[in-house]
Design a protein around this ligand. Structure first.
Ligand SMILES: *Cc1c(COP(=O)(O)O)cnc(C)c1O
Length: 375
């Protein structure tokens, strides 16, 4: 069996064609035809009030932090078991992060326990839809509404996934997606911000365009443009948007193939999981699966280490990720000392298996076979 990497970026075949088209149009900077086409696609398919492409999900989260008007001393509730960017975007504006624990059933934020973390300084809650599986959004929106708190969905992994029939990214006031090459839909590096609260749209466009009202000027709404607010250069070039457009055109195909692989893993590994050897991904009744990730939760760090090395002996690259952010070198001295048991358990025990479009069903059966003999 040949080497099986953890991830391979999938090309649909149309990317170079559209990038060439963008180059030939002679307009390469941001907010051109491909950008608008991608934004419209996302707005129409997922019902976002407004969507702006960004150069990464991290940038979209930074825009969200600016739009939430984070000031030093404000508190932001973020799960500890997540990627750095979910917290970093707010830390840069001076926020204190109040880290939340994950649920026992899956790595998403424990919505039942958010109430305990709210103080008069709480300004934002950041639910992260881990593996593209929805957090309990009704509960989160209800708590946020009661305390007048903003909700920013970190939907980096959650493209084309749903909560009770509603697209993820369309529920919070704001939501950030990633098109990094490890996600389902890619642009190398890329992302977008979905703006669902209409009162934030005008300011979002300004922040996106370096603090200027340039977007309004090009729509003919004002007769000159200038510096009106804070912001940065968050928009990607047309070359990136052209690449992304090719991916959007194949979205159905990409999702279908990933789900096929995911189901094959599940079927092959279920008999082993049923013996208590590890836990399979958990899908609450309110959530869909966008097959972003296939993970196992082992019973201990030692068992996970043994599993990863057994896979490696067979030339299969499986990885773990997310060391609890509350105990990271950057944040541990600022954390309030609460023990976040589930976050630490996932940090120690969760392993991600290879998952990408060009993986084959035979690869999945082979990997499952290795896991069966390892444990
Ligand atoms: C990938 C990811 C990000 C960062 O996305 P970039 O586009 O690389 O900035 C943020 N949050 C989560 C949960 C992610 O998985």
């Amino acid at each position: 069996m040949a080497h099986i990497p953890f991830n391979l970026p999938h090309l649909t075949g149309k990317e170079a064609h559209y990038m060439y088209e963008a180059v030939n149009k002679g307009k390469l900077s941001g907010n051109g035809d491909f950008t608008k086409q991608c934004q419209r696609f996302l707005e129409e398919r997922y019902g976002f009030r407004k969507c702006l492409l960004t150069t990464s999900c991290t940038d979209a989260l930074e825009m969200a932090s600016m739009l939430c008007d984070i000031k030093p001393g404000d508190e932001v509730i973020v799960p500890s078991y997540t990627f750095v960017s979910s917290a970093l975007a707010f830390v840069r504006a001076g926020a204190r992060i109040v880290f939340a624990d994950s649920m026992k059933r899956n790595p998403n934020i424990d919505a039942e326990r958010i109430g305990e973390l709210i103080t008069p300084r709480t300004k934002v809650i950041v639910p992260v839809h881990y593996a593209g599986v929805s957090c309990d959004m009704d509960r989160i929106m209800e708590i946020a509404g009661r305390h007048n708190i903003m909700v920013v969905e970190d939907a980096a992994q959650a493209i084309d996934s749903y909560y009770k029939g509603r697209p993820l990214g369309s529920i919070g006031h704001l939501a950030a997606f990633s098109f990094h090459e490890t996600k389902n839909i890619i642009a190398g590096e890329g992302g977008c911000l979905a703006i669902n609260d209409p009162s934030l749209i005008r300011r979002a466009e300004i922040i996106w365009e370096k603090g200027t009202n340039r977007a309004e000027f090009f729509r003919g709404e004002v007769n000159k443009y200038g510096w009106v607010d804070t912001g940065s250069s968050f928009l990607p070039s047309e070359v990136v948007a052209a690449f992304l457009w090719a991916q959007f055109e194949s979205l159905e195909d990409i999702q279908k193939k990933r789900r096929l692989l995911w189901d094959c893993y599940y079927e092959n590994l279920k008999p082993i999981a049923d013996k208590g050897t590890f836990k399979l991904p958990d899908l609450p009744e309110y959530a869909t699966n966008n097959a972003h990730m296939f993970y196992l939760v082992c019973n201990s760090l030692d068992e996970r280490t043994a599993l990863i090395s057994k896979l490696k002996e067979n030339d299969v690259l499986a990885v773990f990720h997310y060391l609890s952010l509350h105990s990271s070198p950057f944040y541990k001295d600022r954390h309030d000392g609460r023990i976040l048991e589930q976050s630490d358990r996932y940090s120690d025990c969760l392993v991600r298996l290879p998952m990408y479009y060009d993986l084959t069903l035979d690869d999945v059966r082979f990997i499952s076979g290795v896991i069966k003999t390892a444990l």
